[in-house]
Write a new protein. Structure first.
Length: 87
């Protein structure tokens, strides 16, 4: 099982939303095919075929905000997104 497999498992379980590393979350969105633009501390992700735009910012401890992890989990499930592991 790769690191990305473990990460997506943690996100989908919903049990550790407070303990997801911000940079790991960015890597996952990249693996899911999202494009990113950065404006200040805001990392804005978008993808053709997905109407929602994901806007995430890190907490001071470089963790992702739990409500943003929840939003990403919702999109993964709603659009049945899969990622291609390069590891």
């Amino acid at each position: 099982m790769t690191q990305k497999d473990k990460l997506i498992g943690r996100i989908l379980s919903g049990a550790s939303d407070k303990n997801i590393d911000f940079h790991d979350l960015i890597g996952l969105l990249d693996s899911l095919g999202f494009s990113c633009r950065v404006k200040g501390s805001h990392n804005i992700f978008y993808k053709d075929g997905i109407e929602e735009i994901i806007n995430i910012q890190p907490l001071s401890n470089n963790k992702a905000k739990p409500y943003q992890v929840k939003q990403i989990r919702f999109l993964i499930l709603k659009y049945k997104l899969n990622f291609t592991s390069n590891e």
